[in-house]
Design a protein around this ligand. Structure first.
Ligand SMILES: Cc1cc2nc3c(=O)[nH]c(=O)nc-3n(C[C@H](O)[C@H](O)[C@H](O)COP(=O)(O)O)c2cc1C
Length: 310
């Protein structure tokens, strides 16, 4: 038996497999496919203070290596989340991470405050890539100082672990990672979707009503791995890798590159049994490699910095 437990700040997980926000419902919708007890944590879809209708359709478009989405954070708002989702996940045999979003620093602080004392929630994941907020004027996801302000505001109202979910759509993700670490984040999730678009050349119509959208799935894995590695080598808090992961080998790649845990997103749409199945396969893979604790693999990449890591 391999020890699969990992810690994200003060949060201990039975294994390093989490679901990715927005790809697995809010909580237990997928229990028939992946029982909660199989994964380290379930991450909710982004919850905002007020209900959001999301963007106009079409808002999903398949590509040869993943898909583009412009859901626009559709959700029923925090009151509905408290009244309907939290009672449902209360008894779940896993950790519950609530992903929160906002349109201003005050919004993020307010939603964290409203949820801060809810016992059902084990940690917050702060979605810093909220699209088109303030008409794109408030760059939470791309300016380190602004991201830090959001994390500081959330940190100030809760003692639960806070994960900062970063956007890959920046020049130097390490600067973002260092900023949110300094602001008090307990872990970093790297990454959200890449900005992309598709167009039908005959009609001239973009595939998404919003023209641009978030690209996810197999095509982004090398970018996500590079982002996660860059974060991990520049901060001392844990990094949760996310982007294009669909097999146990992919999980092990992210762990070697420095991630303490991973999230599975787009791959769950094709196969919602995947998060549970991959978690189940980890034990055998590590045992075959003679590794007794998953922690022993984390950050073992031979990238020329081995000496510094000791
Ligand atoms: C349909 C869809 C909806 C998503 N909704 C959210 C969301 O509400 N909040 C969030 O932080 N990320 C959201 N994401 C991003 C994923 O959590 C994840 O970061 C991204 O898709 C990369 O991982 P993947 O390639 O494994 O899907 C969404 C992704 C997809 C495909």
């Amino acid at each position: 038996m391999v020890d699969l437990a990992v810690s994200l700040g003060s949060l201990r997980l039975r294994n390093p497999i989490l679901t990715a926000s927005g790809t697995f419902g809010h909580g237990l919708e997928m229990r028939a496919f992946t029982p909660a007890s199989k994964v380290g944590a379930l991450v909710s879809k982004t919850v905002t203070l007020e209900p959001r209708a999301g963007n106009p359709a079409p808002r999903i478009s398949e590509t040869e290596a993943g898909f583009l989405n412009s859901i626009g954070l559709e959700n029923r708002g925090v009151e509905h989340y408290i009244a309907h989702t939290l009672p449902e996940v209360a008894g779940a045999d896993t950790r519950i991470v609530t992903n929160i979003g906002g349109e201003s620093v005050a919004d993020y602080a307010r939603i964290a405050e409203v949820l801060a004392d809810r016992e059902e929630i084990d940690a917050f994941e702060v979605n810093l890539s909220c699209p088109n907020v303030h008409g794109g004027k408030l760059p939470f996801g791309t300016v380190p100082r602004v991201a830090a302000e959001v994390i500081e505001a959330v940190r100030a109202v809760t003692s639960k672990p806070v994960f900062a979910k970063l956007s890959p759509n920046v020049t130097r993700i390490a600067d973002m990672a260092v900023a949110v670490e300094g602001a008090g984040a307990d872990a970093i999730t790297a990454v959200n979707t890449l900005l992309g678009m598709a167009v039908d050349w005959k009609s001239g119509r973009p595939a998404l009503a919003t023209v641009q959208g978030g690209y996810s799935g197999p095509g982004i894995r090398p970018v996500a791995l590079r982002c996660a590695w860059e974060c991990a080598r520049n901060v001392s808090i844990p990094v949760i890798g996310c982007g294009g992961i669909s097999s146990v080998e992919h999980v092990l790649e992210f762990l070697v590159a420095g991630c303490t845990a991973v999230q599975i997103g787009t791959a769950s749409f094709a196969d919602p049994t995947l998060p549970g199945r991959i978690a189940g396969e980890l034990d055998g893979e590590l045992a075959r490699a003679g590794i007794e604790r998953v922690g022993d693999l984390i950050g073992t990449i031979r990238d020329g910095r081995e000496a510094q890591r000791g």
